[in-house]
Design a binder for this molecule. Structure first.
Ligand code: PEP
Ligand code: MG
Length: 325
């Protein structure tokens, strides 16, 4: 089928007053890369890599992973593709690697914790990502970072993979950009320290809201309390962006919050210039960005910070910007 998207979706996007915003795509399957391109993505801001590990009998090989990653990277080149390393065992579990049952999987051996505990699994993926980096513009990021030393260890694992490729005479980008996902409140608080050892931050609001407000992101009973406009959430996002600006570290948002126009006044007001979302949201967000003045959102934020509740903030956004969307 053909996706009917306005030509303007493929053009770079700026606010009315000239602030450029990168609008990137989140994908879960290499097959979605076509959609991402058709919808006008400026790159892939989040390539979730769990799919190759799920619904199968054993861990994938380096070659399998490399071929899939290369396909995505070559299709998007020269635009960037941010590959996130394996994030299993929270909501997604691999059947062939049943470890001990966990009472609280969201707080358990998930994501980067799993990978650091299973160096052979991690090295296989890191080598595949690095090999794909020779075929386009690849960045790599680590999910669920919760401590400085975890980021150090993840970087060391990446160096180990690079050294082994060098020994094998295989090509890779030695200057690959490395990022930390900001999805645990502790990393917001130590963002200034992490800034010294990363090239970028990517804010994952789905988990950041879950962990900061203690709301299971998949539990309908508490879905009404999953508030991206919670003053604590907005203050955390502000802090990450401020650290990023002062330390010269790029900040992207790749959680669901980045894909809804009604959130734009706050995201632009906080100074975010990179948003990553599900591909169908891209043309909608590009249109919305073109209708906004970033300058208007700055003074608006002063008012946002006087509000005590998500409901008050939501009312304020609707009152001021509701007619735009
Ligand atoms: C997030 O947590 O916001 C995120 C983008 O990652 P995922 O939804 O895959 O956990
Ligand atoms: Mg997450």
């Amino acid at each position: 089928y053909k996706i009917d998207v306005a030509k303007s979706s493929h053009l770079p996007v700026q606010t009315v007053d000239g602030v450029s915003v990168k609008v990137l795509a989140n994908i879960e399957l290499p097959a979605e890369i076509g959609h991402a391109k058709e919808y006008g993505a400026d790159g892939i801001g989040l390539f979730r890599t769990e799919f190759l590990y799920l619904s199968r009998k054993e861990f994938p090989t380096e070659e399998e992973l490399f071929l899939e990653y290369r396909k995505v990277v070559e299709t998007m080149a020269p635009k960037p593709v941010t590959i996130r390393t394996l994030d299993i065992n929270g909501d997604k579990v691999v059947a062939y690697d049943q470890t001990e049952e966990e009472a609280n999987p969201a707080l358990g051996l998930r994501a980067i914790r799993f990978c650091l505990k299973r160096p052979e699994v991690f090295q296989t993926q890191l080598r595949a990502i690095l090999r794909a980096s020779a075929f386009g513009n690849v960045k790599v990021m680590f999910p669920l970072i919760s401590a400085y030393e975890e980021m150090v260890q993840a970087r060391e694992a990446l160096d180990t993979a690079a050294d082994s490729l060098k020994k094998d005479g295989l090509a890779y980008n030695g200057d690959i950009e490395v990022g930390a996902m900001i999805e645990v409140p502790a990393t917001v608080i130590i963002a200034d320290m992490l800034a010294d050892i990363v090239d970028f931050f990517s804010i994952g609001t789905n988990d950041l809201v879950q962990y900061s407000l203690a709301i299971d992101r998949g539990n309908r009973q508490v879905a009404h309390l999953f508030q991206t406009f919670h003053p604590a959430v907005i203050r955390m996002i502000r802090q990450v962006i401020e650290v990023g600006k002062s330390k010269g570290v790029d900040v992207v948002m790749c959680g669901e919050m980045a894909g809804f126009p009604i959130n734009l006044p706050i995201l632009l007001g906080l100074g975010l210039e990179r948003l990553s979302m599900n591909p169908p949201a891209i043309p909608i967000m590009k249109n919305a960005i073109r209708s906004m003045k970033a300058g208007d959102t700055k003074s608006f934020m002063d008012e946002v910070f006087t509000k005590n509740t998500a409901a008050q903030i939501s009312d304020l956004v609707h009152q001021r910007f509701g007619d735009l969307f």
